[in-house]
Design a protein around this ligand. Structure first.
Ligand SMILES: *Cc1c(COP(=O)(O)O)cnc(C)c1O
Length: 454
């Protein structure tokens, strides 16, 4: 076999459809519930905040959904994304295993978020929406949405989690450059923000709070809709372009992954790379393991509870059946801002409950260490979020070596860390604390996050 390091696809080889795991799941997820009635939410309930086409995708059981031409046109500016064999990382580890990674940081937004920002902006535009509101944690989603909205002629208002707003001024300026307005959250613009500030004027914010603020504004105006960067089924659908490309590329490399790994915030990049491979498990008897890596400070998959909970802090979303730490949970201020979300998407939650998805929690220092080894071997500076996936891949390689076997490992490098350089500085200074959410804190949060029962 010829030595392969970088596997590129041509534009013509890019998949033209997204893959919907709902068609192949053995157990379909429970329905989202209207918190006022306890009945499953209908399309009308959601149409206040989302365009109809995305609502249809949210509940669709079609296996493949066509990607519109206008979306393909923008995808082509940065897709297909490259798949690399991490030969230098393998050498640095001295491992017998093969490590591959799909790099999603090479687009304008610097992360996989562009894959869903573009179709979300497109469908809103098609349905006459004029303005979009959204939240952003670390700023990658806000950046992705800013460019996509401006491209389709939509205004964008972004609520940026305050701790990230302070840590990452570069991301805010990038969003401004793409023509978006950015407000630190919690803010005084909304009732949700004001009530948090009343209780804690120094609140660092959370994704849950920022979502409440963005939804509150969208609900007040028929021409304003809301967009979410992770968690929801339609977001995960859009991200499956990653795994579908990776499957073709692995075949070109003459390999097939024993394990697929992604870092885990709400589940979109992990699901995006792994669900097409999970389909092969379901349909063609493959045995690939799927491993999600989450922060020990926000461990919904490993320490959370599977239950109905709100997707936001103030209870504006439907009740979602998911692994959660409670919608009032405020995670510690780790640098992987994109992983500071209290819940896991409904699809991954059901698949985890049914035993098809493994999960592991990690401390941020170990992940930065992995990111630095990766940067020094492969030359790409990873986003703090992505470093969790790298640490997960290193675990798999080391374990295989201890067992004396060689594995084929594939992980998603969800983004670059060019805006996160001060986090690296803190690591080098030895100023990066390890946080762990204790069982006690989580139980307390779940008590504080009670939801209506029926
Ligand atoms: C947002 C983000 C994540 C986490 O979100 P998921 O929906 O779980 O993928 C991970 N990596 C990067 C680079 C991000 O921007």
């Amino acid at each position: 076999m010829e030595k392969i390091t970088k596997i590129l696809l041509s534009e013509n080889e890019m998949p033209r459809q997204w893959y919907n795991i709902m068609a192949d799941m053995p157990n379909k997820p429970l329905p989202p519930l209207n918190p006022a009635t306890g009945k499953p939410v209908g399309p009308e309930d959601l149409s206040v905040i989302f365009p109809m086409e995305l609502i249809k995708q949210e509940v669709s059981t079609e296996r493949y959904i066509d990607i519109p031409d206008e979306v393909l046109d923008l995808y082509r500016t940065f897709r297909p994304s490259p798949l690399y064999r991490a030969r230098n990382l393998e050498k640095a580890l001295g491992t017998k295993s093969k490590i591959y990674y799909k790099y999603e940081g090479g687009n304008y937004s610097g992360s996989h978020k562009a894959n869903t920002a573009i179709p979300q902006a497109y469908y809103n535009k098609m349905e006459g929406v004029r303005r979009i509101t959204t939240e952003t944690g670390a700023g990658q989603w806000g950046s992705a949405m800013s460019f996509a909205c401006n491209h389709f002629g939509l205004d964008l208002l972004v609520f940026m989690v305050r701790v990230s707003y302070n840590q990452k001024p570069g991301r805010k300026l990038m969003m401004n450059t793409y023509n978006a307005r950015v407000v630190p959250s919690p803010s005084t613009m909304t009732a949700a923000g004001r009530s948090v500030l009343e209780a804690d004027p120094d609140s660092p914010g959370s994704l849950g709070i920022a979502i409440s603020e963005a939804m509150e504004i969208a609900a007040q105006d028929p021409y304003t809709k809301y967009a979410l960067g992770s968690v929801l089924n339609h977001v995960i659908l859009h991200q499956t372009i990653i795994g579908q490309e990776a499957m073709i590329q692995m075949e070109m490399a003459g390999d097939y992954p024993d394990v697929v790994i992604g870092c885990f915030g709400g589940g979109s990049n992990f699901s995006g790379i792994s669900f097409p491979f999970l389909r092969e498990n379901f349909v063609n008897g493959k045995k690939t393991r799927l491993v999600a890596i989450e922060p020990a400070s926000c461990p919904k998959l490993t320490k959370g509870k599977f239950t109905y909970d709100f997707g936001d802090q103030s209870g504006m979303t439907p009740l979602l059946p998911m692994y959660t730490l409670g919608h009032n949970f405020i995670p510690d201020k780790i640098h992987a801002g994109g992983l500071r979300y209290h819940g896991a998407g409904v699809l991954v939650s059901q698949l985890r409950k049914d035993g098809f998805v493994e999960a592991k929690a990690k401390f941020q220092r170990e992940c930065f260490e992995a990111a630095i080894l990766f940067a020094r071997s492969e030359g790409i500076l990873p986003a703090p979020e992505s470093s969790y996936a790298i640490a997960g891949a290193l675990d798999e390689a080391r374990r295989a070596d201890l067992e004396g076997v060689s594995k084929t490992i594939l992980f998603n490098l969800s983004g670059h860390g060019h805006f996160d350089i001060t986090a690296y500085e803190k690591y080098f200074e030895g100023n990066l604390p390890d946080h762990e959410a204790t069982t006690e804190e989580i139980n307390q949060s779940l008590v504080n996050s009670a939801v209506p029962t029926f």
